[in-house]
Design a protein around this ligand. Structure first.
Ligand SMILES: Cc1cc2nc3c(=O)[nH]c(=O)nc-3n(C[C@H](O)[C@H](O)[C@H](O)COP(=O)(O)OP(=O)(O)OC[C@H]3O[C@@H](n4cnc5c(N)ncnc54)[C@H](O)[C@@H]3O)c2cc1C
Length: 423
């Protein structure tokens, strides 16, 4: 049997064992390729292990809707195609708007999502009151019921399922082995280097999450993302919460809630988020070093205090956070790195990398192994961006984060033309 450290040749090397890297690796190995995944820490120990685990069928454009719905279908049928069980909570979700502006926005989302095939319906106020034990509907609310939506209780279960499926199908996943070099010969990457070995490979996938830019820089390449902090909390168990309740997202307050560990999970999107660039940190920097700020969540909870008082008043059992990789237009950055044959990227999660990982990994693996991008996916290529200075990346990334649920985001985020490259 091949040991992790024996591998010095692979059809595909994936850098990073988060949800995006592991899904890409799994789909490549299912397509018959030999795959080596190299992980600096342990699988799922960074952003993927901190996720809220929410999957959302309502998205801002048709491509993201189809990727989100494909991912929900793949997560719910994981054992059928990956051969490993995965438990999902088929809770459904409510999208809720409490202002006139946000009601109009949700009505538009409802109409377009239906056009794009999602099963979404207007919910009457009684359905919301009766359907969610932790949410006390008050005032003039408009709600959309999204029965397709699911969540995964503990994010580590998706990571462990990917890991088990990768190994079962023959991928090698090596932990505690950071990639330290990506050699390039005649405009093509030839593999990767770690402290203990050189690995030859014609295909290297940079799926290094918050570290994606510095990994690309090992090959002299540029990935247009800015890492931005995101946080959530889980309360102590509360007897009054029905753990079978759905997810709720209050779009005007930019917050999400769901049952978790017998209590309530609460997270949200502040309008002045903290950019954190690991390139400017010591090499030892990990997600554990991302500073947490309970005040941000307190302020967000105050915005829904009338409907969900327990988000503000209950003892907190866990407060966690990590980094989103925000792209200038709020969309994934997936595909071949321009002008450098053999280097691919899976990034630009924009807060949805966990839930979109099944379909993103599938699409990227198809592109890598067939040589052709699946329909629509070429639009996510990193080649769509011009090379941007760090401050511009941060400005756009922060804007995308702050407008996660905001109507002004519209169908296509308003990215100035100068940000987009000639392609
Ligand atoms: C609090 C929080 C809540 C979230 N909630 C949700 C949610 O509900 N739904 C959703 O879809 N998304 C959610 N997200 C976003 C989601 O977690 C990310 O989009 C997703 O995990 C990104 O996966 P990834 O594989 O790109 O990154 P990561 O999971 O960070 O994986 C990247 C890996 O690369 C490794 N690496 C870095 N450098 C190297 C190197 N040189 N060599 C080898 N390995 C390296 C890292 O150690 C890391 O393990 C949330 C994020 C946070 C922080």
């Amino acid at each position: 049997m091949l040991r992790q450290t024996d591998v010095v040749d692979a059809d595909v090397v994936v850098i990073g064992a988060g949800a995006l890297g592991l899904s890409t690796a799994l789909h490549c190995v299912l397509a018959g390729r030999s795959v080596l995944v190299l992980e600096r820490q342990t699988a799922g120990s960074q952003a993927s292990g901190r996720a809220a685990g929410l999957f959302k069928s309502v998205q801002a454009d048709e491509l993201r809707t189809s990727l989100a719905r494909r991912s929900i279908a793949k997560a719910a049928s994981f054992a059928d195609w990956a051969g490993v069980p995965l438990e999902v909570a088929r809770s459904g979700s409510f999208l809720i708007a409490r202002t006139a502006r946000h009601r109009d926005y949700l009505r538009r989302e409802l109409a377009q999502s239906r056009r794009w095939g999602a099963d979404v319906r207007e919910a009457d106020p009684a359905q919301l009151s009766a359907g969610v034990s932790y949410y006390q509907a008050a005032g003039d609310q408009f709600a959309v019921w999204c029965p397709e939506d699911i969540y995964i209780e503990e994010p580590s279960s998706l990571v462990q399922a990917y890991l088990a499926a990768c190994r079962r199908h023959g991928a090698v996943v090596a932990e505690h082995e950071p990639v330290t070099g990506i050699p390039v010969t005649n405009g093509r990457v030839t593999g990767v280097e770690t402290v203990s070995r050189s690995v030859r490979s014609p295909v290297v996938v940079d799926a290094a999450g918050g570290w994606v830019r510095q990994v690309a820089e090992l090959a002299g390449a540029f990935v247009p993302v800015a890492p931005v902090r995101h946080q959530l909390l889980i309360t102590e168990p509360l007897t009054e919460i029905d753990q079978a309740d759905p997810i709720t997202r209050v779009v005007d307050a930019a917050v999400y809630l769901r049952p978790a560990r017998g209590g309530l999970m609460f997270g949200g999107f502040e309008d002045d988020p903290l950019p954190v660039d690991p390139r400017r940190k010591p090499t030892s920097f990990t997600t554990d070093d991302v500073p947490l700020d309970r005040g941000v969540l307190r302020r967000l909870a105050a915005q829904v205090a009338a409907e969900v008082p327990m988000a503000s008043t209950t003892q907190v059992a866990e407060h966690r956070g990590g980094l989103f990789t925000m792209s200038p237009d709020g969309r994934f950055v997936v595909g071949p790195v321009p002008n450098l044959a053999g280097l691919w990227v899976a990034s630009g999660c924009n807060g949805s990398g966990f839930s979109s990982s099944p379909a993103i990994g599938e699409a990227l693996a198809t592109w890598i192994t067939s040589g052709a991008a699946p329909p629509g996916i070429a639009a996510l290529s990193p080649a769509r961006f011009a090379r941007l200075a760090d401050d511009a990346l941060i400005t756009h990334g922060v804007w995308q984060y702050a407008h996660y649920y905001d109507p002004d985001t519209g169908e296509t985020a308003d990215v100035p033309a100068r940000v987009l490259g000639p392609d």
